[in-house]
Ligand binder design. Structure first.
Ligand code: LLP
Length: 411
């Protein structure tokens, strides 16, 4: 990838996505379940750029959404409503109402109170709400605690006893139709054992529900498949699919998967430009124009993104030394990489952070009144902008209108 030309054309910091690679990842994932009834619902939270979702929707991807905003994004780019599911512990009344009116495939329910709200709203709309219950299997996924979701101590899902109550309640309600079962134990999973244990546990539970004549059709295994950020060993797609298929042997379910990171993570790059080098008594800092507001993962999870110097104004060979790559934000936690070996760098050199396609732009913010950066896609060798860089006016226009309105009022 010619990051120098892209940086010259679109400026930095810049997110670049390899759309062909995204398609390839999606198709590989789907093919791992070849010959089975499977629906891949891409988890929009990983990267919700409309062009990315559209690219996947053209391959018949469904959408796993966690807000009505994400449901709307999916619908906007043509994801079929019967391929959209809606998860999350805190759906508001307005969100539930719109999801039911939109007639999506089902809502993943995470508590008794939520189920009762869904029933109440479905009754008002004179509809039958298709639901699935998120079971918390209480299995340690062995990932970063912030992205671990399948333990009793986490806010997600319900235990088996509660799930059974919810299914029986739903079965007897004229406004609820239990159609699926769901679990998601965490993200960036690199160990297959907890997945195997969870899928077996949930499959056993599903068998007991079928015996109670609760007619489930969908078995939703969530997302979570990890990628290699720093050469860690990851789970083979084949093994992942086989462990699920083995646990579901004899069960006639449509399998639903909700991968996010696996589909888009490796296809994304954050391109930044060196502003300065700074040496303190004890450390060397390379200061770039990208910061924690553009890529939160290092600050939030101590995540490691591989660093590549992709352009040097003075390409002389010189020795490398340890440094931290930091941004312009006024916090010591604002860093993009720690203790990396880099040659001496000068203003204008380019540094790329790899594996930034998932939870990069989608978690970015305007902190320090920094503009959200541009997103660019590469498809069949051609680059095109997928979202323009924000400008200052975008950021302040609403506040300014309010302020100007108030000032007029004072006159
Ligand atoms: N399904 C549910 C219900 C989820 O909560 C998530 C992610 C996914 C699917 C997709 O998981 P994936 O396949 O991408 O691992 N910001 C964090 C990751 C948070 C994941 C939240 N839920 C990070 O940057 O590592």
């Amino acid at each position: 990838m010619d990051f120098l030309s892209l940086a010259q054309k679109y400026k930095t910091p810049l997110y670049v996505y390899d759309l062909d690679r995204i398609k390839e990842q999606f198709l590989n994932f789907k093919n791992a379940f070849f010959g089975r009834k499977v629906l891949i619902c891409y988890a929009l939270k990983a990267n919700s750029n409309l062009s990315v979702i559209h690219t996947l929707s053209c391959l018949e991807s469904g959408a796993d959404c966690v807000s009505i905003g994400e449901v709307r994004r999916a619908i906007l780019v043509g994801v079929k409503k019967y391929r959209i599911i809606f998860s999350g512990v805190g759906k508001s009344d307005e969100e539930i109402k719109e999801a039911l009116e939109t007639d999506i495939l089902f809502l993943n329910v995470e508590s008794q109170q939520e189920l009762e709200r869904i029933e109440f709203i479905a009754k008002e709309l004179d509809k039958k709400a298709r639901i699935s219950v998120r079971l918390n299997p209480n299995i340690d996924p062995k990932t970063h605690p912030y992205i671990s979701t399948g333990l009793d101590e986490n806010k997600f899902g319900v235990d088996k006893e509660t799930a059974l109550k919810l299914y029986l309640y739903a079965k007897n309600s004229p406004f609820l139709e239990p159609v699926g079962i769901h679990f998601h134990i965490g993200s960036q999973l690199t160990d297959l054992a907890p997945i195997t244990a969870s899928v077996e546990k949930v499959a056993d539970f599903a068998r007991s529900l079928l015996a109670l004549k609760i007619d489930l059709k969908f078995f939703d295994v969530g997302g979570g498949l990890g990628i290699a950020y720093a050469n860690e060993k990851t789970i083979e797609l084949y093994d992942y699919a086989q462990t699920i298929l083995r646990a579901l042997k004899g069960l006639d379910f449509t399998i639903i998967c909700e991968p996010g990171r696996y589909i888009v993570g490796e296809s994304g790059y954050l391109v930044t430009k060196v502003l300065y080098e700074k040496h303190t008594k004890t450390k060397r800092f390379v200061i770039v124009d990208g910061a924690m507001n553009d890529l939160m993962r290092p600050t939030l999870y101590q995540a490691v993104h591989k660093v590549r110097v992709c352009f040097k104004n003075k390409p002389q060979k010189d020795s490398e030394s340890l440094c931290d790559i930091v941004g312009p934000i006024c916090e010591s936690g604002d860093y993009l990489a720690k203790n990396v070996m880099l040659p001496s760098l000068a203003s204008g050199d380019l540094i790329v952070f790899e594996n930034a396609g998932a939870y990069g732009y989608s978690m970015s913010s305007n902190y320090n009144t920094r503009k959200r950066v541009a997103e660019v896609g590469i498809e069949r060798g051609e680059d095109r902008v997928l979202k323009h860089r924000e400008n200052f006016e975008d950021m302040v226009s609403d506040e300014l209108k309010i302020l100007q309105g108030a000032q007029n009022g004072f006159k």
